[in-house]
Design a protein around this ligand. Structure first.
Ligand code: GDP
Ligand code: CA
Length: 306
């Protein structure tokens, strides 16, 4: 059973781990969001790919939901002392990864090749692909102005309401090598319970990726990031309310119109109309049992659809 999953950071990585533990890691291909990527202190940071790398390697700081466990902050302290920018938190071990990635990119290696190398070095078995090797950046439009994603999310702590998002470079972006093949050869296409607007939409904004999913032969199943109309973490609930007009299964399903055949929702959201086949389970993946429950719901749904 080959599964290809579209994933952002926290919800994406938890669900990727859930699938890897359930179907076996070598059957899984993860297509990760790069709209969040940012240059910090001259280094190329790919927050969502890194959260996935760290999660699958058992090195994520789970209390924060980003960055590495067992982290120290000496480098950033020195940066602050010297008047450098410190708004984007990079720990010492995390910086090591960004040094290796940035060095390789400067030598001309595509992001997909560097990512594969990092994954190998961490001993990862699933295939982790960036959606594209081309430059694609998420911009957030707010009443206070338009901001590059991380300035809005981290520096301004996503306090501004969102009127819209746009993906600079997406129209001209090609899928990274392996992405279309993984979508075409999958027995199941899954969409993680990631933020639909700023984690999944940037992946779908690559025209050839969206088209490949629209013309899929395999079933496609998404997992809702909502539990009782609220997110586990982050601004997806506020964004759904403002941009989609509500915080229920219907609004999540609307984000994936023509792209999914079923939506897995939490018990706390059951009984609401979604305009699509829904499967109800408990969707919190804070432990192995929770992960298994969600992965099995998705796999069973896919089986029933085939
Ligand atoms: P980010 O890039 O780190 O912000 O992460 P994602 O976009 O991948 O994930 C953020 C979303 O994941 C939030 O909307 C959360 O509600 C959702 N999420 C995180 N953990 C879980 C979980 O265990 N279950 C479900 N259903 N959603 C989750
Ligand atoms: Ca992200």
């Amino acid at each position: 059973m080959k599964v290809t999953v579209l994933a952002g950071g926290l919800g994406g990585s938890r669900f990727a781990l859930a699938l890897a533990e359930t179907i076996g890691p070598s059957e899984l291909t993860i297509v990760g969001n790069v709209g969040d990527d940012v240059e910090v202190l001259g280094l190329h940071v790919s927050p969502d790919l890194d959260t996935i790398l760290y999660t699958l390697a058992g090195r994520l700081d789970e209390s924060k939901g980003w960055g590495r466990v067992d982290e120290s902050w000496h480098a950033l302290e020195a940066v602050g002392e010297l008047g450098g920018e410190t708004w984007f938190r990079l720990g010492d071990r995390d910086l090591g990864l960004h040094l290796v990635r940035t060095h390789a990119l400067r030598r001309g290696e595509p992001l997909s090749a560097v990512t594969a190398r990092l994954a190998r070095a961490f001993g990862l078995e699933p295939t982790l692909l960036p959606a594209t090797d081309d430059r694609l950046r998420t911009w957030v439009e707010t009443p206070a102005g338009d901001f590059p994603f991380q300035e809005w999310f981290v520096e301004r702590q996503h306090r501004d309401e969102v009127d819209g998002v746009r993906f600079e470079g997406a129209q001209k972006a090609s899928p990274a090598p392996g992405v279309l093949e993984a979508l075409e050869q999958a027995d199941l296409i899954a969409i993680a319970p990631s933020n639909p607007f700023v984690s999944i939409a940037p992946i779908l904004a690559v025209p050839a990726i969206r088209e490949a999913i629209e013309r899929r032969r395999a079933p496609a199943v998404a997992v809702s990031p909502l539990i009782g109309g609220k997110t586990v973490r982050g601004p997806a609930d506020r964004m759904l309310a403002r941009l989609a007009g509500g915080t229920g299964p219907q609004q999540v399903a609307d984000c994936y119109k023509d792209l999914i055949d079923a939506l897995v929702i939490d018990e706390a959201d059951a009984g609401q109309e979604a305009g699509i086949r829904t499967i109800v389970t408990r969707t919190l993946m804070s432990d192995a049992e929770g992960r298994r429950r969600v992965a099995e719901a998705v796999l069973e749904t896919a089986g029933a659809l085939r």
